[in-house]
Design a protein around this ligand. Structure first.
Ligand code: ADP
Ligand code: ADP
Length: 229
């Protein structure tokens, strides 16, 4: 689960603003892909077409061989988890924060997501309150820890595909670093598609898709791209 395929996808914001030109690429289930390219190249647009925020003008996108154009928003939300840049936690335990938005999840499933996100030490912690249950660390979660909560919440939904846009991140570099390493650890077993600008993310990817002027100009792993340039 989690195969993604773009097949000759073209798209424009209006008739005179064609942005994507015959974009084709494949992401096998479980792969980590970095989309890179200059600002304005069309990277975010690709992501938006995948979860059908916009419809492609021509071509087709497939998730596990199901055409996105014939999928419902609900089924796409099941398949794709968008990891937010910044997360607002409400003033209840981490457990409840992770369960939030996943009401049918059993306690056991929530515990599993917490363990998977390496948050077991924080399980009873309150993100803002004064009730200290986690010893000296207190309750102030770092940016990376908050992001783990967001990722755990997304993972609990069972989405096989995770999307993350690090290019628009407004976080300081230390928080972003923590978030990315959390993301990398936790995304294991999921297809992950990251709009990447950090070198470490790009080097780590199974495959890098280079977008220029709305076209895929190269796809391959890091070593292959270096060999070609
Ligand atoms: P990237 O993510 O690579 O920076 P985008 O996909 O955001 O690029 O944008 C590609 C092009 O589409 C840019 O020229 C941008 O100005 C334009 N664009 C993005 N969103 C819209 C929109 N909602 N309406 C019109 N043009 C847009
Ligand atoms: P770290 O993860 O160690 O904080 P990064 O791997 O993000 O650092 O980046 C290492 C250096 O490479 C930084 O100076 C950064 O500005 C630069 N860099 C990151 N992404 C790119 C890129 N796509 N192209 C060129 N330089 C980059």
């Amino acid at each position: 689960k989690g195969n993604v395929r773009f097949e000759n996808v073209s798209f424009g914001y209006g008739p005179d603003r064609q942005i994507l030109h015959n974009v084709s690429f494949r992401v096998p289930a479980g792969n980590k892909v970095a989309i890179v390219g200059p600002s304005g190249a069309g990277k975010s647009t690709i992501i938006k077409l995948l979860f059908r925020f916009y419809n492609a003008d021509s071509g087709e996108i497939y998730i596990d061989e199901q055409p996105v154009s014939r999928s419902t928003q609900a089924s796409l939300r099941q398949a794709i988890g968008i990891v937010p840049q910044d997360t607002v936690l409400f003033n209840d335990s981490i457990f409840e924060n992770i369960r939030y938005g996943n009401p049918p999840a059993s306690d056991e499933e929530v515990y599993q997501a917490i363990e998977h996100a390496h948050l077991s030490d924080f399980i009873n912690a309150l993100p803002q309150g004064k009730d200290t249950k986690v010893g000296e660390r207190g309750l102030k979660l770092s940016g990376g820890e908050k992001q783990r909560v967001a990722i755990a919440r997304t993972i609990l939904k069972g989405a096989p595909i995770l999307l993350f846009d690090e290019a628009t991140s407004s976080l300081d570099s230390q928080s972003e670093h923590a978030i990315l390493s959390a993301f990398r650890e936790i995304a294991v077993g999921h297809t992950s598609i990251v709009i990447a600008h950090r070198l470490s993310t790009i080097v780590d990817a199974d495959s890098i898709i280079v977008i220029q002027d709305g076209r895929v100009v190269e796809q391959g792993n890091h070593a292959l791209l270096l060999a070609n340039n």
